[in-house]
Design a protein around this ligand. Structure first.
Ligand code: SF4
Length: 344
């Protein structure tokens, strides 16, 4: 028993060490990737000064960085994390709260928009900072989740028997320790109408060190079903290392789905998206949603018009069998569910 605990602590230390070794400095990442300067950075701005102007900090895991093609300043993985002067542009129709999260927060850290399910913003921390993130302006400081049994979240869940699914989000919910996850799982187990625990996480793909025996053991303590939703946008984000982590989760009986965001210059063509679906499926993951970009301030340069999105999607539909075709959706604040984008 003691040996098991020591092994768990070692594993926890390993993934936390991997987090601490992430790139926090754009210059170091570019040096690692053998790239001189951002493709569209102001030419007279030192790279680090350029990065430092951004309120949304810079962070990239070593694993994700290792998948960026050396010397390629327009690598589709690099473009997802590269700060860009365009983020400072004010564009009409792009807001700090792109999807109405603030209005739907019932108690701190609990967002209730859709029938039967609620979302907890478990932490503001992420292993990687995606420049298009729809929660890049989210006030995590005001949304700390207190999930003590007598705290507001558990009281809300206990008082709403129609809620049978809890979604862990963030930030990235897998940035919290197994001990904290285990405490949350124990408390959820005591609310009998919660039957499904869904975890939305980019950590699963960008920090495969996180998928440890201790983590799996923690999830197995939930008495209902556990659904894991990865966030992978490009086939190059999948390699042998994270495939091994996905395989481990599948072999332990967890269901894996993926959602992607349709991003200009990253995955805005049917060939890339078809390759992604095939690679996901080969990794035990079902392609689930292809999201149009949530119109968040600072990310307009990633967006595709509805016409462009439909053109890509129609071509994608022609390339894939139905079971590999993710649903093209958008989130419209106030709607009772994600909204399918009609391309007919
Ligand atoms: S919440 Fe998700 S999309 Fe946003 S920065 Fe974190 S990992 Fe990226």
């Amino acid at each position: 028993m003691r040996n098991c605990r020591v092994a768990s602590e070692l594993q926890e230390r390993d993934w936390k060490l991997a987090v601490s070794e992430s790139f926090r400095n754009l210059g170091e990442l570019l040096e690692f990737c053998e790239i001189g300067a951002p493709a569209d950075a102001p030419v007279d701005a030192p790279v680090d000064e350029y990065a430092g102007k951004h309120e949304f900090a810079f962070r990239v895991t070593r694993y994700f960085a290792s998948l960026i093609e050396k010397g390629n300043a327009v690598d589709p993985l690099l473009l997802q994390v590269l700060p860009d002067a365009l983020e400072f542009r004010q564009v009409e129709g792009y807001h700090a709260d792109a999807v109405g999260d603030f209005a739907a927060m019932r108690v701190p850290g609990l967002i209730h928009k859709y029938h039967g399910r609620v979302l907890l913003t478990l932490t503001g921390a992420c292993a990687i900072h995606c420049r298009y993130c729809f929660r890049r302006h989210f006030p995590y400081g005001e949304a700390g989740v207190d999930y003590d049994m007598n705290g507001p979240v558990m009281r809300y869940l206990a008082g709403n028997p129609e809620v049978n699914e809890v979604i862990l989000s963030g930030g990235d919910p897998l940035m919290v320790s197994d001990a904290r996850l285990a405490r949350l799982v124990r408390n959820l187990n005591r609310i009998t109408h919660i039957r499904t625990l869904r975890i939305h996480s980019r950590v699963l793909s960008v920090l495969p060190e996180r998928v440890t025996a201790a983590f799996i053991g923690t999830l197995q303590q939930f008495r209902g079903q556990v659904v894991l939703v990865t966030h992978i946008n490009h086939p190059n984000e999948i390699s042998a290392l994270n495939q091994a982590a996905f395989g481990l989760l599948v072999r332990h009986g967890f269901r894996l789905f993926n959602q992607s965001v349709l991003l200009r210059r990253v995955n805005d063509n049917a060939q890339t998206l078809a390759e992604l679906s095939n690679k996901l499926f080969a990794s035990g993951i079902i392609p689930y949603y292809l999201h149009r970009l949530d119109r968040v301030q600072g990310a307009a340069h990633f967006d595709l018009s509805a016409h462009e999105a439909c053109r890509v999607y129609t071509q994608l539909r022609e390339r894939l069998p139905g079971y590999l075709l993710p649903a093209l959706v958008e989130e419209i604040a106030g709607n009772a569910s994600k909204t399918p984008v009609r391309c007919d």
